[in-house]
Design a protein around this ligand. Structure first.
Ligand code: SAM
Ligand code: SF4
Length: 513
């Protein structure tokens, strides 16, 4: 029987505990344990939380048994994600009964969605903190110690945590995620993110460049610029006098004004196919294409990736910038969601089927060897068999290398929940998802087979999980390549030329040339 995959962003990392290396635990007076769920943004946020707590004298541990504080950084995107967190909380509650001094905190999107209800419903949760209130965490812990309940779920129009350098110690030391913006203004009707993460705001360009430079100097070779909708990035320019310095308060204040101005400009939803009204921009603003270029110019040895692109916002300017620099990877995550114009309209995605096809054509025209991946939702409200067929045809048209595929999960408070009936049965949703997964599996295999005999520049990330004798790395198109270490003294962070000799649906297998 075919296995049904409903992937969340990086399934293998769900529930991962992050812990920065602590040289001497005696320097910390309490230990915290933090587990992360959901998208890459949440994993990135956990690194910010760890950094805030570290500064206040809390040391991280990966052993829940020795923790004084347990945090769950949560995701609300689908019901299943919330169920997973609730299950985990039940386990932690047992631990708390045995150790009454233990504090349990819920962070992130679920905290934001359920607010105080969380404290009432999940009696043994002590702290509830939304994605924009992590700076308040140390103070809330003190309040909880004093017998109060700790809650802060205020959303902000300004917070970007620009000045906090995240701890990175669970990473491979080669690839890192850099958050460039927070929140989302798009209001896709199925999506809870605008409600849990608030309005879109961009981090100032200077702090982003500085973080990327620091990473490169620390030996990192790849940065992924992260946001719910990176192409609508809109930041302050780098002031010549500030080059090389750190972001200052004045910069941050200016950035707030920028964000608010941009908010005002983009508050009207775009109609399908319309160009972005901010294309020309407010004077002096840094667009995403400009930011990409600035990061690419740090060093040709530093690879640049980004995620996620909303199809309506990715411009020719971005595509030409990608084509211009070898170190900007030829890979775009371009979520389709549905291949039916009628469903796309109900989803409030701001593009039509034809518009999306034209965007795929344009990408392939400007960057012929560009890898493209997608997110697809099966069984959205009113979806017919014909709509479903349109989605699968569109997948074939775009020839995705990879997709994250989900069946629709109604989320409380979203536009879809308020406006439309969740009228496709679970059985049908699952069957359609299975068909979508089958199409993607076929496309992934075909895409990998097309690479047989080709040579790629590969960044070595780590020893392969399957064999100590093999390296694992990625090519520009984000495909995983496994190849024998051989007799050369390569190490993670090195670039090597690899010729593809064989493949599976998920992996290319090659040899160093
Ligand atoms: N901002 C990104 C974008 O627009 O592409 C992605 C945001 S979301 C964290 C990742 C994916 O989750 C979405 O692209 C969508 O496919 C899926 N998703 C969001 N809400 C969903 C829902 N209610 N049911 C099923 N899948 C959902
Ligand atoms: Fe959700 Fe749409 Fe924003 Fe992505 S662009 S986070 S799917 S509202």
């Amino acid at each position: 029987m075919f296995e049904l995959i409903s992937k969340v962003h990086d399934e293998t990392r769900q529930g991962e505990a992050i812990a920065p290396l602590v040289e001497d635990m005696a320097t910390y007076y309490r230990r915290f344990y933090i587990e992360s769920y959901g998208c890459q943004m949440n994993f990135s946020d956990s690194e910010i939380v760890a950094s805030i707590l570290n500064k206040e004298g809390f040391g991280a541990t990966r052993d829940v048994e020795e923790a004084d504080l347990i945090f769950l950084n949560t995701c609300s995107i689908r019901e299943k994600a919330e169920q997973t967190v609730r299950k985990r909380l039940t386990e932690f509650r047992k631990l708390k009964k045995l150790r009454p001094g233990l504090l349990i905190g819920v962070l992130g999107c679920m905290a934001e969605r359920l607010k105080a209800k969380f404290l009432e419903e999940e009696k043994l949760v002590d702290i509830v903190v939304g994605p924009d209130a992590y700076r308040a965490l140390p103070k809330l812990i003190v309040e909880v110690d004093g017998g109060q309940k700790g809650i802060n779920v205020l959303l902000s129009r300004e917070e970007t945590y620009a000045d906090i350098s995240p701890v990175r110690l669970n990473s491979n030391g080669i690839t890192a995620f850099v958050s460039i913006m927070r929140g989302c203004n798009n209001m896709c009707s199925f999506c809870v993110v605008p409600f849990t993460r608030g309005r879109e705001r961009s981090r100032d360009a200077e702090s982003i460049i500085n973080e990327c430079k620091d990473l490169f100097e620390a030996g990192y070779k790849e940065v992924t610029l992260l946001g719910q909708n990176v192409d609508s990035y809109y930041g302050l320019p780098l002031a010549p006098s500030n080059r090389g310095g750190t972001a200052n308060t004045q910069n941050q204040l200016k950035q707030e004004t920028f964000n608010n101005n941009k908010d005002a400009q983009t508050s009207q939803s775009l109609s399908a196919g319309e160009a972005s009204p901010i294309g020309g921009g407010l004077e002096g603003a840094v667009t995403f294409a400009m930011l990409l270029e600035m990061v690419a110019l740090i060093s040709p040895e530093l690879r640049v990736r980004f995620s996620t692109s909303h199809p309506k916002d990715i411009t020719d300017e971005v595509l030409h910038t990608m084509a211009k620099y070898d170190n900007i990877c030829n890979y775009i995550h371009l979520p389709l969601q549905s291949g039916s114009t009628r469903v796309l309209q109900l989803m409030n995605r701001s593009y039509t089927r034809e518009w999306y096809m034209a965007k795929v054509d344009r990408i392939k025209e400007i960057i012929p060897d560009c890898g493209i991946s997608s997110d697809v939702i099966a069984g959205f409200c009113t979806e017919t068999e014909e709509d479903h067929q349109d989605t699968m045809k569109m997948m074939e048209y775009a020839q995705y290398d990879m997709s994250y595929m989900f069946f629709y999960s109604e989320r409380p408070g979203t536009l879809a929940e308020r406006r439309y009936k969740d009228d496709v049965s679970l059985e049908v949703k699952k069957r359609r998802l299975q068909e979508i997964v089958e199409v993607q599996n076929k496309l992934s295999l075909k895409s990998n087979q097309n690479d047989l005999g080709k040579e790629f520049k590969v960044l070595i990330e780590a020893t392969s999980k399957r064999s100590d004798f093999d390296w694992m790395g990625r090519n520009s198109q984000n495909k995983v390549i496994v190849f024998p270490k051989g007799i050369q003294n390569h190490k993670p962070g090195d670039y090597v030329q690899v010729k593809v000799k064989d493949c599976t649906q998920a992996t290319l297998l090659g040899e160093i040339v």
